[in-house]
Design a protein around this ligand. Structure first.
Ligand code: FKS
Ligand code: ZN
Length: 343
């Protein structure tokens, strides 16, 4: 299996995030990708290559033009205020406020184009974000070219980012961009399987009204878990997308066996959809020792996960999402990938 990776991810390193009323060091840090690269290399999964550069147009297939323009210029507008620390949003067009008048000031734009405050923008953020999307697109290009699998070692992650919003450590939705690329390259039906601990709200929203991209997600129940306001079982898609969205919210304490039982249901839905290819939003924050999550998967469960995904028998692009037990993230990702490859 080919891995696509760039050192550019190091250009993005947020200083702090708000966690239970305190500013704490960002959980989403460069060491995560370094760990994954290290373990993918020692697992001898296959060649590790740099991403190709794709046109901006590949991004605006799923994101709005104004949102991409915001990401491109946000740091410069922030720095023009004389600020040198991270840009962070602090006010949002939530209940009773207008969504139809984009603000001109960067403070307003940061809120208009986000869902939460877990999205620091630094001087190097855009370069890293763009490169992360290029990793996903390069993986998708290999799949479109006939490869049976690829691993896009993306950082920053993407699945919380919507068409017009960054959120939860995510800026561009790498998995959605890759899925759309596969559609544009002639794959008539694409399925996205999101196994990150958190609901992939951005991916769901982007494809919610479409019948050509199936979205299935297993995640911590949004009644008790971020992102809280999407990811319930009754969200089945709408319009032409009705039936092409499937959520499996699971309680805190979910074990590997319970998780794998739900995974089988998601895989059955995907098999019934009969996709030409599958994009897996691969987060390993379902791990028992993850510092911000509450599932109980262990190493062997990740191997089984990879094996079960392989039973679909479809060309599969794995796209890295979350996982914050830094010492274990690489081993757990490698377990999924080797499980898939060996199956
Ligand atoms: C605690 C409150 C904010 C945000 C959790 C974000 C999870 C991100 C992720 C991704 F894959 F996108 F990286 N919590 N500071 O793991 O889903
Ligand atoms: Zn997550």
């Amino acid at each position: 299996m080919l891995t696509i990776y760039s050192d550019d991810h190091r250009l993005h390193h947020g200083a702090a995030e708000l966690y239970r009323g305190r500013l704490v060091p960002c959980f989403e840090m460069p060491a995560r990708a370094d760990q994954v690269l290290d373990r993918v290399r020692s697992a001898e999964l296959g060649p590790i290559v740099a991403p190709d550069r794709f046109d901006r147009a590949a991004l605006t297939r799923v994101h709005t033009d104004d949102f991409v323009a915001f990401l491109e210029s946000a740091w410069d507008e922030w720095a023009a205020l004389g600020e040198t620390g991270d840009a962070l949003p602090y006010v949002w067009p939530a209940v009773d406020l207008r969504q139809d008048v984009p603000p001109d000031h960067i403070d307003g734009k940061l809120g208009f184009y986000s869902i939460d405050a877990a999205v620091p923008i630094t001087a190097g953020t855009w370069a890293a974000v763009r490169s992360s999307a290029d990793c996903a697109l390069t993986g998708a290009r290999h799949i479109a070219g006939g490869a049976t699998s690829a691993f896009a070692l993306c950082r920053p992650p993407g699945h919380h980012a919507g068409a017009r919003a960054m959120a939860g450590f995510c800026y561009l939705n790498n998995a959605a961009i890759a899925a759309q690329y596969l559609r544009d390259q002639g794959h008539a039906r694409v399925a996205i399987l999101d196994v990150d601990y958190h609901h992939g709200n951005g991916t769901q929203s982007i494809f919610y009204e479409r019948g050509d991209v199936f979205f299935a997600s297993l995640h911590g129940d949004p009644k008790v878990e971020y992102p809280f306001f999407l990811g319930h079982a009754d969200e089945r898609g709408s319009g032409e997308g009705l039936g092409a969205n499937r959520n499996f919210p699971l309680p805190w304490g979910t074990t590997g066996a319970e998780y794998l039982a739900a995974l089988d249901l998601a895989l059955a839905d995907i098999a019934a959809f009969a996709p030409d290819s599958v994009v897996v939003s691969l987060g390993v924050d379902t791990f028992v020792e993850d510092p911000i999550s509450h599932f109980k998967l262990v190493g062997a469960d990740f191997t089984t996960m990879g094996q079960r995904i392989a039973t679909l028998g479809k060309p599969t692009l794995f796209v890295l999402e979350g996982g914050y037990a830094v010492a274990d993230i690489g081993g757990n990702v490698a377990a999924v990938l080797t499980g898939f490859s060996g199956a």
